[in-house]
Design a binder for this molecule. Structure first.
Ligand code: NAI
Length: 704
């Protein structure tokens, strides 16, 4: 017998323990071993019931992700084959579910006739997060076991159920009192079943799941979710498979599920989502930083500035149970900041996401102060004051005086030079950029900006802290705008310029949302503030030798006090949150274009909008990689997916460029370089790395 399985006989019971650490992922060898062990138990007349469990507590996390997309995932015996065989064994099979049963792991449990769980077990089918669907019977067996609606819920959300809820919906038959009691509970159930001469499987309550729903249930469900899913096919495939479970006998339903699974596995959507999955694992790997890099102890945190960002940043720590001191210049600003934090928590209470007691616990972790002396014992200080170098200078000089040696001093600046900020201290090795995104308590992305002198242990410690507070950290080097905002620059430049040349804001934005981006860039500028964008541009102007006339429409809107949503007018006009086209904007654009001698065209195609905005975004990303600001292309994708609403199912701008074809991206840039005259000459300069990649016939973006 394989060492991936521990097989024990106990007085009429066969205990089959899965022993493939760490999570019993169902690679081919384990699949074969499970099948062998079950055959052996089936053939042994002394065995009256079979218990499947995880040796180390964990039941099973499902497919082996390293096999995804490769022939190994289909190597025999495939999971569907194994599970089909399990369901034909004429003895009760009991899954004893410790820690979690996810994906194929839950499908394995569904192929057993009975399921016992430990109280903290989580049971889920998260395949949708990888653009897939359960492909080993989950879509057919689950609706038969718990009904269509809860089954769809589980598969569409990708979120696992806790054990109590799993018991409630009938996914578990029994709950053990504790993780230690799990096997005993399974043994007890097995003995009861043997004593009752019970059938190999409890009759499924929804033998014909279609009977539990209205005739138009699926069409209604699809219609209700259409705008949320946009072009995503994975949820639609889940629905199609579940619909098949209502229409077809099990064997035919399984075949339909298999066909849908194969489509999903080969889809661009799944490739993109798998890319993102691996990108997240990769992002934590930093050259020169390893498990031997020492970490600094972070127990006490301080945040300077209790404004929009400072308050949100402080909440992250309070949410993770870490005490934070919040320092402000004036008592009123401090009170306002703390009141805003309380208000934010109250909203969570109203939504049922937080209890009153938890609110108070979190508020108790926040201590306001006006006195720098109170920061003497802080291990990590994050500055989030106004975006002005003189103010940052004053703050960092003061921090250098009061903070203990070894304290990490971080800045949340979104555009200022972290090396300059570090130079205000006598300890530049302890200074780092921590660029949170707004709202800081919600957005998952954190750009960790490594300064020229930032010490490796400071970087390693902040990466760990980021994880502790639930952030996805991506390392960036120092440059204007770091990874995300620097790429935003050419992307928004083209959007502005296209409006100047004759496109409407809605036409530009619709092309981008047509790619499933959360919002078009001009809607985003209206939301973030036309004024904020203007001021950032002004501060960048000094550092840039280029003519800034491309943003002229934005400058005009700024002059007119059209700051975006907050003033009710920007690139669009707003009634509440309702966005409408504003005929004045094309008029403004036409006037400015005439002044600048820019020819306006009424035939700007969607293709041109796509290529100019997206290819310039991609080009800048490739340039960042070449400069070493970004460590890898997939880090850039994570920044744009988690900070700028680029759809994960498109994979981020770098992955998207690979899908389009690097040669096509280069050709597009070269085309507009020629077609757009002096403007094209100035701005459409292909990144040298892009040229090198295409010349070398590469299809993936990497540093060469
Ligand atoms: P804000 O204006 O909402 O808050 C700044 C706070 O700092 C105010 O409460 C002010 O009283 C306080 N402050 C000013 N000088 C101070 C000093 N010397 N000592 C202590 N407190 C002081 O500004 P916001 O939006 O929170 O921005 C803060 C920083 O975060 C800036 O560097 C900004 O560039 C950056 N940032 C802003 C983002 C945003 O979307 N708002 C996103 C990412 C970074």
């Amino acid at each position: 017998m394989s060492d991936l399985i521990h097989y024990r006989l106990e007085d009429g019971l066969a205990l089959i323990g899965l022993a493939r650490p760490p999570v019993n992922s169902l690679g081919q060898p384990l699949r074969a071993a499970i099948l062998d062990a079950c055959e052996r138990a089936a053939a042994d007349a002394s065995v009256k019931a079979i218990i499947l469990h995880g040796e180390s507590g964990v039941f099973c996390a499902g497919a082996d992700i390293t096999e995804f997309g490769s022939s190994a995932s289909h190597a025999t015996p495939s999971l569907p084959e194994v599970l089909l065989r399990l369901t034909s064994i004429d003895k009760p099979l009991i899954a004893a579910i410790g820690t979690f049963a996810l994906g194929g792991g839950l499908e394995l449990a569904l192929a057993c006739g009975y399921r016992v769980g430990e109280p903290k077990a989580r049971l889920g089918l998260p395949e949708i997060n990888l653009g897939l669907l359960p492909g080993a019977g989950g879509t057919q067996r689950l609706p038969r076991l718990i009904g269509v609606e809860p089954a769809l819920d589980l598969m569409i959300s990708g979120q696992p159920l806790n054990a109590a809820r799993a018991l409630e919906v009938g996914l578990l038959d029994r709950l053990a009192g504790s993780p230690e009691a799990l096997l005993d509970s399974a043994r007890e159930l097995a003995r009861e079943l043997i004593a009752q001469n019970a059938p190999a499987r409890r009759s499924t309550p929804f033998a014909n799941p279609g009977e539990s729903i209205a005739a138009d249930f699926f069409s209604q469900f699809l219609a209700a979710n259409a705008s949320r899913w946009k072009s995503r096919q994975a949820p639609r495939r889940v629905v199609a498979a579940v619909e098949a479970s209502c229409r077809l006998p099990l064997t035919e339903g399984l075949a339909e599920e298999r066909a849908l699974f194969k489509q999903a596995e080969a889809s661009a959507e799944s490739r993109a989502l798998r890319h993102v999955f691996f990108a997240e694992r990769e992002a934590g790997r930093i050259p020169g930083i390893g498990s031997d890099t020492p970490l600094r102890k972070i127990d006490k945190v301080a945040v300077i500035g209790a404004g929009t960002m400072g308050g949100g940043i402080a909440m992250n720590f309070a949410n993770a149970g870490i005490a934070v001191k919040l320092l402000e210049v004036k008592g009123e600003a401090l009170d306002r900041g703390l009141a805003q934090i309380r208000k934010n928590y109250e909203i969570s209470v109203k939504r049922g996401k937080l209890s009153d007691a938890q609110l108070e616990q979190r508020m108790a972790l926040l201590q306001g102060t006006l006195d720098y002396a109170d920061l003497a014992d802080a291990d990590l200080v994050i500055e989030a004051v106004f975006e002005k170098m003189e103010i940052k200078e004053a703050v960092f000089r003061r921090l250098d005086e009061v903070c203990k040696p070894g304290a990490i001093l971080a800045s949340n600046t979104s555009s200022l030079d972290v090396d300059v900020i570090a130079s205000f201290t006598k300890r530049p090795q302890d200074v780092i950029g921590l660029h949170f995104f707004s709202p800081a308590n919600v957005m998952r992305l954190l750009e960790v900006v490594r300064g020229r002198e930032t010490a490796p242990d400071v970087l390693a410690t902040t990466m760990k802290v980021a994880k502790q507070i639930g952030k996805l950290a991506v390392v960036s080097g120092v440059c204007f705008g770091f990874i995300g905002n620097r790429m935003l620059e050419p992307y928004s430049r083209e959007a502005h310029r296209l409006v100047l040349e004759g496109a409407t804001p809605a036409q530009v934005d619709n092309v981008l949302t047509g790619l499933d981006l959360n919002m078009g860039v001009l809607t985003m500028l209206d939301l973030a503030g036309v004024d904020v964008n203007f001021l950032v541009r002004q501060s960048n102007l000094a550092a840039s030798s280029h003519d800034a006339s491309y943003h002229i429409v934005g400058d005009e809107l700024y002059k007119l006090g059209r700051y975006g949503q907050k003033t009710g007018r920007g690139f669009y006009v707003y009634e509440g949150r309702d966005r409408k086209d504003d005929p004045e904007v094309p008029e403004i654009a036409a006037r400015v274009a005439a002044e600048l001698g820019v020819a306006r065209r009424d035939n700007i195609s969607n293709e041109e909008i796509h290529d100019r905005c997206l290819f310039m975004l991609i080009n800048e990303g490739i340039q960042l990689l070449d400069e070493g600001i970004a460590l890898r292309a997939s880090d850039i994708d994570l920044v744009w997916i988690n900070g700028y609403g680029f759809p994960a199912h498109v994979g981020g701008p770098m992955h998207y460029a690979e899908t389009v074809g690097l040669d096509k991206v280069l050709a597009g840039i070269q085309r507009y370089r020629k077609e757009l005259g002096a403007y094209g000459e100035m701005w459409f300069q292909p990144a040298s790395l892009l040229e090198r990649l295409v010349a070398a016939g590469k299809t993936r973006i990497e540093k060469i």
